[in-house]
Design a protein around this ligand. Structure first.
Ligand SMILES: Cc1cc2nc3c(=O)[nH]c(=O)nc-3n(C[C@H](O)[C@H](O)[C@H](O)COP(=O)(O)OP(=O)(O)OC[C@H]3O[C@@H](n4cnc5c(N)ncnc54)[C@H](O)[C@@H]3O)c2cc1C
Length: 290
């Protein structure tokens, strides 16, 4: 058995914005053979998802033309040749606690990012000071067109600001090896807790959201603060039905109940237009529209 199939699934729990939507077909590969089977033998447009914490669902229903490929069950994690290997479906929180439990440092900042290894590698997830790319030594992925599993060293400009060499390629991240530096459990634990406290204090965690809406724009070599641009455009707390530009942190759009794609995209476009008008800066969406 290489994968499970689930039919007529609600997608509400598979996207952290909690947009109501349904999918006629969702497949959960169990291993690399399962990925090959799905991509070579199942007809339909494949949509890969990890934790759904960086996606915006644009349809209220995905019919049989689509297959959601949910990476959740590819969640092995182990030490191999002195490095951590984590499959794509391992959550960043699990990876962080695994490193901590093995006295390996450097993974503390990942604990509070609610994605998977696969999703994080695609967009080089990170915080203000750190990115996952800095920890990766090798990436293992399935090249859908070549029908090959490829192991690639992390060299040169593989990872960039909130993107990677794989961002626009037809591939499935299968897993990654992570450089593993000896650390101290209690020091790492303190860092995890301090990061979590800081982020919970600043971010609107009481409402469904998908993290930062836009990438930080680079203006004359300097990364700008998106929340400030949106705030200074007068958009704090602006609502469209149940969608809101968070009044706690203007870099987030939250779902206060039954927000739809149309409500959310209205606010996304409003931010883009106002920031362009006020500051002549083009905001680029960090989320992937599906
Ligand atoms: C409260 C909150 C806080 C957040 N904070 C941060 C933060 O500090 N820093 C940050 O960078 N992000 C942050 N995010 C956004 C998000 O958690 C990250 O972008 C995360 O890496 C997305 O992973 P995911 O598994 O949820 O990907 P998904 O949202 O499921 O997918 C995102 C994209 O990756 C593709 N994808 C997923 N898995 C694979 C795979 N195995 N192979 C190929 N393609 C794949 C999908 O097709 C999609 O295009 C936050 C989100 C929330 C809700």
């Amino acid at each position: 058995l290489n994968y499970f199939v689930a039919e007529n699934q609600s997608l509400k729990k598979y996207n952290t914005l909690s947009i109501a939507s349904t999918a006629e077909r969702m497949i959960f590969p169990l291993n690399e053979e399962g990925i090959k089977d799905v991509f070579n033998n199942c007809d339909g447009r494949k949509i890969i998802i990890g934790k759904g914490s960086n996606i915006l669902l644009s349809r209220s229903h995905y019919d049989k033309e689509f297959i959601f490929v949910n990476m959740k069950l590819m969640d092995d994690i182990y030490i191999a040749e002195g490095e951590i290997y984590a499959q794509a479906g391992v959550t960043l929180s699990e990876l962080s606690w695994y490193a901590l439990g093995h006295n390996i440092s450097g993974f503390e900042f990942l604990e509070d990012i609610p994605g998977t290894v696969g999703g994080a590698i695609i967009m080089n997830a990170g915080t203000y000071n750190n990115t996952i790319g800095e920890l990766v030594s090798k990436i293992v992925y399935y090249d859908i067109e070549k029908k090959q599993i490829i192991s690639e060293e992390n060299q040169g400009d593989f990872f960039r600001i909130r993107s990677s060499k794989l961002s626009d390629k037809k591939i499935v991240v299968l897993g990654a090896y992570f450089k593993s530096q000896h650390g101290d459990y209690s020091v790492s634990l303190d860092k995890v807790l301090a990061t979590k406290k800081d982020r919970y204090t600043k971010q609107p965690r009481n409402f469904s959201n998908a993290g930062s809406v836009f990438k930080r724009p680079l203006v004359e070599g300097e990364l700008q603060q998106v929340w400030k641009l949106i705030n200074d455009s007068g958009l704090r707390g602006v609502r469209k039905n149940d969608a809101e530009i968070s009044d706690k942190h203007t870099g987030f759009i939250v779902n206060k109940g039954n927000a739809t794609y149309e409500d959310i995209i209205y606010l996304v476009n409003l931010c883009k237009e106002k920031v362009k008008k006020e500051f002549n800066i083009e905001l680029e969406l960090e989320w992937k529209i599906i």
